[in-house]
Design a protein around this ligand. Structure first.
Ligand SMILES: [Zn+2]
Length: 429
């Protein structure tokens, strides 16, 4: 398709071509505006609710690559071109590290002659259209077969940008990490090898040079944002005392700078529950003992009566965190609030086939009290987030990592644990 005449943009894309591109990018085609193909992002109710555009030149390159067996990566954002032994990862740069355009001359890069066609070379490349320099980082393996490079994207990995923000004729670029292997490589092998190289290179850039890049997880749509409770329109003088640490924890999920950190949001609300566990547990134990003491058949002269007190205390002493959690939910969260929450349409999130694995489903009709079902679910989810090692005690559940697919789908669970946190704060004032 590319014949080197540089006239690629004049070649019309037929509908077959467009549907191939749609399929590989997971986006729905809307129309073509001048030299841009405009797509509708699928997450209608998610965060990325805006049009995305790619230049026709990019579309043609992607198409050529698809015809050679190229495809999008499965787990992270990026492109694999097995016939060229080439992989390109989208990266997110966090802050300005020491390896930046104004400082890059201080760095030496371990490069050697290699068989690849590199369009840019370290340390800098100049963007004519936008009139600025971008850093180029490249290293080569000692045998010259493999290169790893961070530089502006190729046409295979264009940033998806709303067309309205682009001046006519300009295409925006972003930095991507490219892995060039010696030659054609089997797809799976390429994916595995390039990911390994990317992981160790990004680790060393961070550990040795304090320059932080991360791979962008491929996100198939965020979970829908539905509020568990309607907001109130009457603003009142506050009546709810909130301890300092609880106040700090409660504000974390609203912190703009942390947006997207769903597992942290979950844990912040969970920690609020933990804060109240001992007090609620103590209160409950006292209540149970008091109930025994007040019962009509309690006789302090009888061992059996005294043993009932002792048993109750021992049981309470041996209660696990999961038990205490159930107890807290029973004590502090009105059953009606839970029913109301689960009557909302959560898009099947809490069902058996919901997007979060290794946690118990919630079925309000199962006969098991909601407090008990909820306690099991949120405790298991907490374990999946906290235990960084696959622990035998939680053999059925894998670690839930901060930027994973599942983390991006956590929203309804965050709403649930938020509801519990609010009720715990209000109940314990
Ligand atoms: Zn090279």
């Amino acid at each position: 398709m590319s014949n080197g005449t540089g006239k690629e943009t004049s070649k019309p894309l037929i509908s077959d071509d467009i549907s191939k591109i749609e399929k590989s990018l997971g986006l729905g085609y809307v129309n073509t505006d001048d030299t841009f193909l405009i797509f509708d992002t699928p997450e209608k109710n998610g965060i990325r609710q805006r049009d995305a555009a790619i230049h026709v030149d990019s579309a043609l390159k992607i198409l050529e690559s698809i015809d050679r067996g190229g495809s999008r990566m499965k787990e992270v954002e990026g492109w694999l071109d097995p016939s060229n032994g080439f992989a390109e990862f989208e990266v997110r740069m966090q802050g300005l590290g020491p390896i930046r355009t104004t400082n890059i001359e201080k760095f030496e890069f371990d490069t050697h002659p290699c068989p690849h066609e590199h369009t840019v070379d370290p340390p800098l490349t100049y963007d004519e259209g936008r009139q600025y320099f971008t850093a180029v980082i490249r290293v080569t393996s000692s045998d010259g077969s493999t290169c790893i490079e961070i530089s502006p994207n190729t046409l295979l990995c264009p940033p998806l940008t709303p067309i309205s923000t682009e001046p006519k004729g300009h295409t925006r670029t972003h930095s991507t990490l490219k892995v060039f292997l010696a030659g054609a490589t089997d797809r799976e092998e390429l994916e595995r090898k390039s990911r390994e190289l990317a992981n160790s290179f990004l680790f060393e850039l961070n550990a040795r040079h304090r320059t932080v890049y991360s791979l962008r997880p491929r996100i198939e749509g965020f979970s829908q944002k539905r509020r568990g409770k309607t907001i109130s329109y009457s603003v009142r003088f506050p009546r709810t005392p909130v301890p300092d640490n609880v106040a700090a924890l409660f504000s974390i999920p609203s912190d703009f700078t942390m947006r997207g950190n769903f597992t942290l949001f979950y844990l912040s609300y969970y920690q609020i529950l933990e804060h109240y566990l001992p007090a609620v547990h103590r209160r409950d134990s006292v209540k149970k003992v008091r109930r025994i003491l007040r019962s009509l058949d309690f006789d302090e002269e009888k061992d059996s009566s005294v043993l009932r007190v002792l048993n109750s205390v021992e049981r309470s002493h041996g209660a696990s965190e999961a038990d205490q959690l159930r107890n807290l939910i029973e004590e502090c969260v009105p059953e009606g609030k839970l029913q109301e929450f689960f009557e909302l349409d959560h898009g099947g999130h809490f069902d058996r086939n919901g997007p979060i694995s290794g946690v118990s489903a919630i079925n309000p009709k199962s006969g098991e009290p909601l407090a008990s079902q909820v306690a099991k679910r949120i405790y298991r989810l907490r374990n999946r987030i906290v235990h960084a090692k696959d622990d035998v005690r939680y053999a059925e559940s894998k670690v839930l990592l901060p930027l994973s697919h599942e983390a991006m789908k956590l929203y309804p669970d965050i709403e649930l644990v938020r509801l519990l946190a609010i009720e715990a704060i209000v109940d314990n004032r």
